[in-house]
Ligand binder design. Structure first.
Ligand SMILES: *Cc1c(COP(=O)(O)O)cnc(C)c1O
Length: 407
């Protein structure tokens, strides 16, 4: 790299960063076909990158985008268009793909929950749109949402953002008793379905009986791919899904799918409209098109083949550690949410003298760095659906090495 180019490159850096010598190491400057060096800002900044053997965790940047998605983003980044036109046209296509009346791209599933809820509360009434999250009752906006006790997991905060109150219920009788003139809707958290007393169909029947709209959070519940349309087919009024988990769309995207009137109202509550709760949940054309490209790819990929690859990878990792004395491994597949082969690992601290935290730190500090995720049994879990091809061998080797060292 020429000195002149290095100096030019520096203009991108924050003021005060002057140590040219450390900015461009051999690693950070990759030759491109044109002969120009390509910058790697993560390397330049000294940001740790790692093999993600944990899963689609937001704090770990969750998922990597396929080339089609990156191309959709790069291409649209160079052209102007009207934002609502992109949203409407992308939404129309996505709605067909997921059997919904309408759909829109949101800033994550969390934002889809807030905007869908806002849509139910305000409809297309501009005055009501201005009022939330305050003054619900004074503005004639319904303010109560029913949720099963077992369905509280923290993500209901997305609904609170609109100003509603949640009313906990357990049984059908509780629902009948709780419904009153302030009741706006009934929400369902899909990943906790098996812990609650009321399943989907009954929840929908109860809502029908009381003439209430329904919503469901299925953020991390694809795969299976059929979940993309299952809950729309069942008749939920709106469905919220993450775009940046297994679908591998842009990490900052989600999908809101559902009834036409709710999606239309949700759009009015969203950016680019100014006096709304959604103005800070901005999604630009790049994310909308990236989400569309990712969904298209995801739906059309060979899911059986992908599952086989995951099973092969997890077997390689399991085989590397399962026979180490003191280590106990189990391959599990969570029934709902992160439904993918998962290696559950625990060990006997008398035989293997390392704490979970120390072990995970060793993996993190190794080369390459690896992330797994702690489990509730004092060990860790590892998934393979976010691995690049071949990384399973590195993970297998490193997991084994650190256990043997601790013997
Ligand atoms: C991940 C998750 C969310 C939030 O999804 P984002 O796309 O990150 O906004 C909401 N609900 C559940 C159950 C989740 O797992």
């Amino acid at each position: 790299m020429k000195r002149r180019e290095i100096i030019k490159g520096l203009s991108l850096l924050p003021v005060g960063v002057t140590t040219v010598g450390t900015l461009f190491t051999a690693k950070s400057a990759q030759a491109t076909p044109s002969g120009k060096a390509k910058r790697n800002l993560l390397t330049e900044l000294g940001v740790r990158t790692f093999i993600n053997a944990a899963g689609t965790y937001t704090s770990m940047t969750a998922s990597l985008m396929h080339d089609e998605v990156v191309e959709a983003i790069a291409q649209s980044a160079k052209q102007f268009c009207m934002l609502t036109e992109v949203q409407d046209k992308v939404g129309e296509k996505i709605a067909q793909m997921v059997h919904a009346e309408a759909a829109m791209v949101t800033a994550g599933a969390f934002s889809a929950l807030t905007l869908g809820m806002a849509g139910i509360l305000t409809g297309v009434d501009k005055e009501k749109i201005k009022q939330i999250p305050h003054n619900l009752e004074a503005s004639g906006i319904k303010s109560e949402v029913l949720l099963q006790k077992a369905h509280y997991d923290g993500y209901e905060q997305a609904l609170y953002n609109t100003g509603i109150k949640l009313i906990p219920v357990e049984t059908a009788e509780d629902v009948d008793r709780a419904v009153n003139e302030k009741t706006a809707s009934m929400h369902f958290l899909n990943c906790n379905a098996l812990e609650g007393k009321i399943m989907h169909e009954e929840w929908l029947q109860l809502a029908k009986k009381h003439h209430l709209p329904t919503s469901i959070d299925i953020a991390a519940d694809v795969p299976p791919v059929s979940n993309l349309w299952k809950y729309n087919d069942m008749g939920f009024s709106f469905v919220a899904l993450s775009g940046g988990k297994a679908i591998r769309g842009p990490q900052s995207t989600g999908l809101l799918m559902g009834k036409k009137d709710i999606i239309a109202a949700a759009k009015l509550n969203n950016s680019p409209n100014g006096v709304t709760i959604g103005r800070g949940m901005k999604v630009n054309k790049e994310e909308m098109l990236g989400m569309y490209a990712a969904l298209d790819r995801y739906i059309n990929q060979d899911h059986d083949k992908e599952w086989k690859i995951w099973e092969e990878r997890i077997t390689i990792i399991n085989n590397a550690i399962k026979n180490i004395e003191g280590v106990t491994t189990t391959i599990i597949v969570p029934p709902i949410a992160n439904h993918t082969p998962t290696l559950h690992v625990v060990w006997d601290n008398k035989q293997i003298k390392i704490t979970r935290e120390e072990y995970m730190e060793k993996l993190r500090q190794g080369t390459p760095s690896i992330e797994v995720i702690g489990n509730k049994d004092g060990g860790f879990n590892s998934t393979v659906f976010m691995l690049n091809n071949g990384e399973e061998k590195i993970v297998a080797k490193r997991l084994r090495e650190e256990f043997l060292k601790a013997k």
